[in-house]
Every structure is written in C-alpha cells, then in structure tokens.
Design a protein around this ligand. Structure first.
Ligand SMILES: C[S@@+](CC[C@H](N)C(=O)[O-])C[C@H]1O[C@@H](n2cnc3c(N)ncnc32)[C@H](O)[C@@H]1O
Length: 300
C-alpha cells in the first residue's frame, strides 16, 4: 500500500479521506504489546492520570536536570514532550517537508511537529489500528499542514522511493520485526540528504555475545534490544546511511522509572509484575547495561 500525499493547500481541514488509500485490516502479525492494551482500556475509561501522562506520547520522559522531576503526571507529560522534541531535533526538520513517523503511537510526535512547523505533510504509520483511530481523532492539521495516519508495518513503508524528507521513529524500533529491513525501507523512501532520527535502548558492545534473545516482557511485550552502537554503525554503512548524531541521554530519562512505578492504575492492572519489570529495567539503565540514546542517520 502506498499513501498518495498531496501538496498542502490553504485551509485544508480534512486530514483523513483525501490523502489515504483504504486502510489495512487490523494486522494479525503485529508484535505483542500488552502495555498498549492496558493503556487503551484505561484511556477509554477516562483515567485522568493515564490521559495526562500517556494520552499524547507513549514513551519515556527527558529531564535536562533529572533532579528536577516532580513525579506527577503533568511533569511527566512535559518530559515526554521534551523527549519527542529532542528526537525530532536530530532530523533537522524545516517548514515545507514531508515527514514520516514510523510507530507513531497516538500521533503525539506528529501533533507536536504540526504545532511547530508549517506547509508540512505528515504521515503517521502504526501497526495497531486502535492507535491509528485515536491519532486520527486527536490530531487536527494546523494551517495548510496535511496529516495522514495509516495502518501498516515498519518493514514496508507506504511511500514512493525518494519522496520523503525525514523519517522519525520515537522509541519504537525495538518493537519492529527487523531493523535492517526498516533501515532499507527508510533509505528507500528518503530523498538524498534526508534524515532518519530515532531513539532506542543500546546495549554495551561487550554484552553482544549474551544478546542472542529478544527480551520477552510481561508488560512491555516483544522488545528487541540487541543493537549496540557498533552494530548500528555497521548497518548504516551497509544501507548507505551516515551516522550523524549519537547522543547518550540515558541519565535524562531515569526519572521515568519512579513515575511508572507510582502510576497506580497501571500497577493495579498489571500487579506486581509491572513493578518487578520496571525495577529491573531501572537497574539495567542505571548500570548502563542498556543506554537510552538518540541516533540520527543521513542518506548519502
Ligand atoms: C513505545 S510506542 C511509541 C509510540 C510513539 N512513537 C510515541 O513516541 O508516542 C511504540 C510504537 O511502535 C508501534 N509498532 C510496533 N511495531 C510496529 C511495526 N512493526 N510497525 C509499525 N509500528 C509498530 C507500536 O504500535 C507503538 O505505537
């Protein structure tokens, strides 16, 4: 499926029908993402703390000074917005671009870019129809921006060759079935000089021999954290990308764990399991066995 993306026109408000070919049925081959099942049901019930924290972005927070984190949902939402801004900053986005957001969640990254840039065409791609439906309902294009959300997979991007200025994937790549395939697709759809910017958990290279498994998690679902920075560099070379930004923001994300553990509706749904997994991931991050980073790649 390829999305036909029109040029922006003044005062265009129909952001769904004019630019999208019919959607895929709910994919049966998607990853297991139990946390989204829970988030969606809590959001449907109108849970205010979950709405405040995860109604827009579903990713970790970024605190320039981690000691400033207050632990409430409003503070978390601001930190999540900052993380989105930091990842997008790696892409050098300017007005008038076509931006593809892969693994777009509830459309928070596109919502943020839509508020900050003009004459844009945005395409959000997600494997989960329910998230696409929420994104469509919540993101209204500003000015002459065009916004399209489509269901599909990161392994087959719905844009023609060399059509896109920027690809972003905020905290989503570890769920994709195959990073190499996604990189090949991102390279195909980007124009020369276009950028792919993403955030991911990077293992220390010395851990590589131990990383033969995808990490199965009760709460986070299928979670593949086997790509170290060195492996990303190799992949970039193979595909025809240049690694232009590598930022270690691990310390800036650490208050996320305290917040997750304190989020009562989530803990009530998952029970002790989510607390145990969150604590494990907190220690893995503190010990820097997995480091949260932002990487940006430029198509040569
Ligand atoms: C942690 S969430 C991040 C969502 C969003 N990027 C954000 O920052 O709010 C990971 C997202 O990746 C999506 N995803 C997982 N596997 C995918 C795939 N193969 N293709 C496209 N999206 C996928 C999930 O449905 C989910 O929306």
């Amino acid at each position: 499926m390829t999305v036909k993306v029109d040029k922006p026109r003044a005062n265009r408000t129909d952001h769904t029908s004019a630019t999208v070919v019919p959607q895929l049925p709910k994919p049966e081959w998607g990853p297991r993402l139990p946390y989204f099942d829970v988030l969606l049901s809590l959001l449907e019930k109108g849970d205010s703390s979950v709405e405040a924290a995860f109604g827009r972005h579903v990713h970790w927070g970024f605190w320039p000074d981690p000691r400033s984190a207050t632990g409430d949902a409003a503070d978390y939402a601001m930190a999540a917005e900052r993380l989105c801004i930091e990842v997008c900053a790696g892409a050098n986005i300017t007005n008038g671009q076509l931006v593809l957001d892969v693994g777009c969640g509830f459309g928070g990254t596109i919502a943020s870019l839509n508020e900050r840039f003009q004459h844009m065409r945005f395409v959000g791609l997600n494997i989960d129809q329910r998230q696409i439906a929420r994104a469509k309902a919540r993101v209204t294009p500003r000015g002459d921006n065009l916004v399209t959300f489509v269901a599909g997979t990161a392994s087959s991007l719905p844009l023609p060759d060399a059509s896109c200025d920027t690809v972003v994937a905020v905290e989503a790549i570890f769920h994709f079935p195959d990073r190499a395939q996604f990189f090949g697709e991102a390279h195909r759809v980007l124009k020369p000089g276009g950028r792919l910017s993403l955030s991911d958990y990077l293992p220390q290279h010395w851990m590589q021999p131990a990383l033969w498994l995808k990490v199965p998690s009760f709460h986070f679902g299928d979670f593949d954290v086997r790509y170290s920075l060195e492996r990303y560099r190799r992949l970039a070379n193979e595909v025809g990308f240049r690694l232009v930004i590598e930022r270690d923001i691990n310390a800036n994300t650490l208050p996320t764990f305290d917040f997750l553990e304190s989020l009562k509706p989530l803990v009530a749904r998952f029970g002790k399991q989510v607390v145990i997994e969150t604590r494990m991931l907190r220690w893995i991050s503190r010990l820097r066995l997995l480091c949260y980073g932002i990487l940006a790649f430029e198509k040569s």
